[in-house]
Design a protein. Structure first.
Length: 221
């Protein structure tokens, strides 16, 4: 990704440049900036209706039968409209997806991400929120009601700090809470010793992004 594009995306100029120790037998991004560029280009194709559906042929499937080297780990919402491979126009073996309503980095999800980091050493994690997230809206609604199913309340507990952080900010509460939640989950991930140490060593970059349901655009925040 070029300097101007990084600045436009609000990303730091100094991104990790270390290579993965075991290169994939295909042209996988090796640095965070390369990975971000791959995702940005794929999302642009998606927005403009020029998707290529890469890496979905039988040859790719057969290559992957003996191993994988995803270049990015995603933590996204389970929302049916926010499927990472589709939004970023990627394919099999490209993305190690973790999806749960509200894109929450609880212990199970963090363990899943740590597993992927230990085994595949991708240079990038993307925490992917989206507009009008139902889970975040439920957490906002829970400020004024206590009636909700047992396990939904567990989601709400995880999202409540993001909603509270967004209270009082100008604009739409849910939209602001979606962004606050992305920042919150990134902080949670950095508390993992596995993730935090890699990030501090420059081996890993944890990015936040918001998917626009109306335009199809993913904006890194
Ligand atoms: Zn959602």
């Amino acid at each position: 990704m070029r300097r101007r594009a990084l600045l436009a995306a609000g990303l730091p100029l100094a991104l990790p440049t270390l290579s993965s120790p075991s290169p994939a037998p295909w042209n996988a991004p090796r640095t965070a900036s390369q990975a971000l560029a791959r995702l940005t280009e794929g999302n642009r194709r998606f927005v403009e209706g020029r998707t290529r559906h890469p890496h979905q042929q039988p040859r790719r499937q057969h290559l992957l039968a003996s191993g994988q080297q995803p270049f990015v780990i995603t933590l996204g919402c389970a929302d049916s409209r926010v499927a990472p491979e589709i939004l970023f126009d990627q394919g099999l073996g490209d993305m190690f997806d973790n999806r749960v309503a509200g894109n929450i980095a609880d212990d199970l999800v963090t363990g899943s991400i740590e597993y992927a980091l230990e085994h595949f050493q991708p240079p990038l994690i993307v925490v992917l929120g989206h507009e009008r997230c139902g889970a975040v809206a439920a957490a906002a609604g829970a400020l004024t009601t206590t009636a909700m199913p047992d396990h939904v309340s567990i989601l709400v507990q995880h999202l409540r700090p993001a909603v509270e952080a967004a209270l009082g900010r100008p604009g739409d509460l849910v939209a602001n809470a979606v962004r606050a939640n992305i920042a919150l989950q990134i902080r949670c991930l950095h508390r993992s010793p596995v993730i935090g140490s890699r990030a501090r060593n420059g081996q890993l970059y944890v990015a936040g992004a918001v998917y626009d349901l109306d335009t199809g655009e993913v904006r890194f925040v």
